[in-house]
Design a protein around this ligand. Structure first.
Ligand SMILES: [Ca+2]
Ligand SMILES: [Ca+2]
Length: 368
C-alpha cells in the first residue's frame, strides 16, 4: 500500500516536471527568443484552431498548454505554440503578441539560434533600392523605395520575409522611422492575405529595426520588384553638427522562407544619400549684409508676423516647416511694412525666406 502511494506521488511529480508543456507568448518556434522568425512560423499556422489555454493571457510567463492541437510545423513542433494569446486560434492578435514581446527571451528550453543563410552575389535574390533621387535636404523627409529580386534573379518561392534596416540614429528625428509594405504588390502585402510588422525596440537608441512579413494563405508566390518604402525624417543641421554630408541606409539579415519554412538565401544592400544643406543666411554666398536691415517681429509669434522691409524689394516670401515643405508662399509688395499670417499653421519651428533684389535671406521663426 505504501509502495503504491509512493508510485502515485512519483508519477504525479514526474508528470508535472517532465510532461507539463508550457509556451512563452510570442515564441512561436519555441527556441528561447521572440523575434521575426516567430512571425514567419505564425504564417504557416494561421487560421489553425485547437484547445484554448485556461486563460487568455499574453504576459511574459510560462503559460501551461492544456493539450496539443492536431497539426504541426514541418519540424514537428505542434501548432499550439502559434497561439500566442491562448484563445484557441491562430489569428492577427497572435502577431500583435510577437510585436509586444519582441526580443524577450527565456530559459524554459535550451536556446537554439535562428538560421540566417548568407546569399551568394549573382545567384540569390537581392534587396534593391529603386529610388533615383539621392540628394536629400537636411530636416527633410525621405522615402526610399525598396525592391526584392530582379528580372535575372527573381524570387522562386516566398511565403515569409524579414530584414533589418540600419540608419545612423543621430541623423533621423525621434523614432519616426518605418517601413511600409506596398499594398497589392506581387508579394501580396495586403491585409486579406498577409501580416506585416515593424518590430522595433527603440530605433533611436539602436539605429536599427526589423521588418517582417508573412502570407497567411499558405500560398507562396514568385516574382521580383517593389515591395515597399522605408521612410524617415532627417534632423535639421546635421551637416554642421555631425560633420558629415552623406547618409547610408543599410538592409541586412534578409530572410526568405517558403511554405515548408525552409530558409532561402538572399542578399542585403545599402545606399548612400547625399545630404543637402538648407540655405542659411550666415553661410550662403549670396548673402549681403544689407539684408540685416530687414526685421521680423514679433518672434516668437502666436500668428501674425510683421516684416519691416527697409525698402529692400522682395519678390516673394516663403515659409517652410521643419520637413522643408513650403507651407506659405506670398508675393512681396513695395510697402515698407508687410504682414504674414501664420495662424493656420501648427505650433513649432519655421523658416522664413526672403527672395530679395540682394539675394536670399533666411530667418528662423518660432510659433507658439
Ligand atoms: Ca522564437
Ligand atoms: Ca490566438
Amino acid at each position: 500500500m505504501k509502495n503504491i502511494a509512493l508510485i502515485a506521488v512519483c508519477s504525479l511529480f514526474f508528470s508535472q516536471t517532465f510532461f507539463a508543456q508550457t509556451v512563452r507568448p510570442g515564441d512561436v518556434n519555441n527556441n528561447g527568443i521572440v523575434n521575426e522568425f516567430d512571425l514567419l512560423y505564425l504564417g504557416l499556422a494561421f487560421g489553425e484552431t485547437g484547445t484554448a489555454r485556461a486563460t487568455i493571457d499574453s504576459s511574459w510567463t510560462a503559460q501551461t498548454i492544456i493539450e496539443n492541437w492536431n497539426g504541426s510545423f514541418p519540424n514537428g513542433l505542434n501548432f499550439v505554440y502559434a497561439d500566442c494569446n491562448g484563445d484557441g486560434m491562430v489569428s492577427e492578435a497572435d502577431a500583435d503578441v510577437i510585436e509586444k514581446n519582441y526580443l524577450l527571451s527565456h530559459n524554459d528550453v535550451p536556446f537554439i539560434p535562428d538560421d540566417v543563410l548568407a546569399g551568394v552575389a549573382g545567384e540569390d535574390p537581392k534587396i534593391v533600392f529603386l529610388t533615383e533621387d539621392l540628394v536629400v535636404p537636411e530636416g527633410g523627409s525621405i522615402d526610399l523605395d525598396v525592391g526584392l529580386g530582379s528580372a535575372n534573379i527573381p524570387v522562386d518561392s516566398i511565403l515569409g520575409l524579414a530584414f533589418t534596416i540600419k540608419v545612423n540614429p543621430e541623423l533621423f528625428q525621434g523614432n519616426r522611422i518605418q517601413f511600409k509594405f506596398e499594398k497589392d504588390s506581387w508579394l501580396g502585402a495586403d491585409d486579406a492575405v498577409s501580416i506585416t510588422k515593424n518590430l522595433k525596440q527603440n530605433p533611436k537608441a539602436n539605429g536599427r529595426f526589423t521588418v517582417a512579413f508573412t502570407r497567411t494563405d499558405k500560398m507562396p508566390v514568385a516574382d521580383f520588384g517593389l515591395i515597399g518604402t522605408v521612410s524617415f525624417v532627417l534632423e535639421s543641421d546635421v551637416i554642421n553638427l555631425l560633420m558629415t554630408d552623406s547618409l547610408q541606409v543599410q538592409i541586412d539579415s534578409v530572410i526568405i522562407t517558403d511554405d515548408n519554412l525552409e530558409p532561402l538565401p538572399a542578399i542585403g544592400n545599402s545606399i548612400n544619400l547625399q545630404l543637402e544643406e538648407l540655405i542659411d543666411s550666415t553661410t550662403t554666398s549670396t548673402y549681403n549684409p544689407i539684408l540685416e536691415q530687414i526685421k521680423v517681429f514679433p518672434n516668437p509669434t502666436s500668428g501674425w508676423l510683421l516684416i519691416k522691409t527697409a525698402n529692400i524689394q522682395t519678390a516673394y516670401f516663403e515659409v517652410l516647416n521643419t520637413l522643408g515643405q513650403v507651407v506659405l508662399h506670398q508675393k512681396g509688395t513695395t510697402d515698407n511694412f508687410q504682414s504674414l499670417d501664420l495662424r493656420p499653421f501648427p505650433q513649432g519651428s519655421y523658416w522664413l525666406r526672403f527672395y530679395t533684389e540682394y539675394g536670399l535671406k533666411q530667418e528662423h521663426i518660432q510659433k507658439f
